[in-house]
Structure formats: C-alpha cells, structure tokens
Design a protein around this ligand. Structure first.
Ligand SMILES: [Fe+2]
Length: 271
C-alpha cells in the first residue's frame, strides 16, 4: 500500500505558533530556580543576548519577491531612460513630522519622476501596481491591500545620481511600501536602504547605530512597513545612477484618508 506523503504544516499555523511563543511565557526549572526562557517581557533579556524577545520581534523585517519574469522585455532600459529624461529636482526642507533628521540638516536635494508623468509614460507599471503587485502586497500583509487614489504618490520613481546626496531619513505614513529596484547596488556601491531597528532613532547617526541594510537588486520587489522604522538611502559611491520605483499601498485599518494633510505640501509643495 502506498502511503500518502506527510502534509507540510500550513504557513499560517507556523506563524500563529511563533506569535504564541513570543507572547506566552516559557519557564525552565534550573536547580531551585525557575528561569523565564521566552515570552513578551519588556526591558530585560529573555534569550541571553541582552535583547528581549519583544525587542527582537520589533526588529525591522521585509519581504522580497523576484518579479523579473512579471516585467516586460526591455523594462530596465525603458525605466532608466525615463529616469534620465523625465526626472525633476526638488529640495526637501526638514523638519517635518515624518523627518528623522538632525537639527542642523535643513535641506536635502532629491530627484524624482513625478507620479502623473509615470502614469502616462509607463502604463504597464501602473497595471502591475494595481494588479499583480497589489496581490503580492496582500499576501505580504495577510489582508487585502489597497492602491492609492492620489496619482502624486501612488507610484513615483526615486532617482539618485552620483552628485546628489542621500535620500532623507524619515518614517512612512502608509502601512506598506513596495520598492521595485531598477538598478543593482551591491555592498560597497552605496545606494543601500538603511533601516533602523530602533524605532526611536531620530537621525542618520542613530539609525546607523543599529540598522538593517538592504542592497538593491534590479527586478526585485521589496515590501516593508516603515511607519516605525526610520530609514534613509545612502549616497552613491561606485555607480552613476540609482533608480527605484516606490509604490504606496494602504490597509483597511490604515486607509489613504489617514495620510497627514501637510505631507503633500512638504513633498510636492501643494496640498
Ligand atoms: Fe520611506
């Protein structure tokens, strides 16, 4: 008789068990002592590493999909050419409620291809944003993700050139950001996304002190929640251009209507 293969455990079950392990205290008897081994405890180490399990659970994490095969032939050259020809220059002027910059930083020049331009120039990108990428965002969030109705920030292209500075250190206001990398930047090349594990980091120095670093790879789509993790992009060192498409998604509990009213004024100079 042929035996049925053992069923693998559903992913959601594994996740639930992980959450349960983090929230349920677990003790071990060591001699006369009953030692707390795991569980949601604050301000003390539960794992011997000096960091509580709750602290580790709050560490930054992200999800990457290789979406190369979802992209049309010639996608990279097309987006690079739009980045070079259609980018515009603007200056961000911190402080803002979303900025995490030191007091002495008062101006950060940046290059972007504006959302309405992208919408007209690259219709296939907008279709992916609304369909396949939105589905992946929903899988990542484990609930339905929604696109942004406002064309200014739904999909934009961030461009860095070797004579422009890093991107601003900030937090996001939407629960899911998707980044489609158009260029590749290995370690040592600059242009990496640096994300604080410490939600209270208030400037680049503090972010750098304990950060997760993401190295862009062309054709990869990264999803993360940057609302509690200050982040910035380092200046380029070895490349002449860095291009990433930034896509904003929302969830029912954090809808587009919750976007701060003054954020558009800060980013685009208009409400
Ligand atoms: Fe961000």
């Amino acid at each position: 008789m042929v035996q049925a293969p053992a069923k693998s455990k559903p992913i959601l079950t594994i996740w639930d068990e992980f959450e349960h392990a983090l929230s349920t205290p677990r003790y071990e008897q060591r001699g006369r002592e009953r030692v707390l081994m795991s569980g949601q405890i604050h301000g003390q180490s539960a794992n011997g590493s000096g960091q509580s399990m709750a602290g580790l659970a709050g560490r930054f994490s992200w999800t990457t999909y290789d979406v190369s095969t979802l992209l049309p032939v010639g996608w990279q050259d097309e987006l690079l050419s739009i980045a070079r020809d259609r980018r515009s220059f603007k200056v961000l002027k911190p402080p803002h409620s979303t900025s995490r910059e030191a007091a002495e930083v008062s101006r950060i020049p940046v290059l972007t291809v504006k959302g309405p331009i992208l919408r007209l120039a690259v219709p296939w990108l907008i279709r992916l944003y609304s369909c396949e990428f939105r589905s992946l965002a929903s899988v990542y969030a484990r609930e339905e993700a929604f696109v942004a109705a406002d064309k200014r920030y739904a999909v934009v292209m961030n461009v860095q050139e070797n004579d422009t500075s890093r991107y601003e250190c900030h937090i996001d206001t939407n629960p899911i950001v998707g980044l489609l990398y158009v260029t590749t930047h290995p370690k040592g090349d600059g242009g990496e996304l640096v994300v604080a594990n410490n939600q209270f980091a208030s400037n680049v120095t503090e972010v750098d002190r304990d950060a997760s670093v993401l190295y862009p790879a062309a054709g990869h789509l990264v999803f993360f929640d940057g609302r509690r993790h200050p982040h910035y992009v380092r200046s380029l060192v070895g490349s002449d251009i860095r291009v990433a498409v930034a896509m904003n998604y929302y969830l029912a509990g954090n809808p587009e209507s919750s976007r701060p009213e003054d954020l558009n004024l800060y980013l685009y100079g208009q409400t």
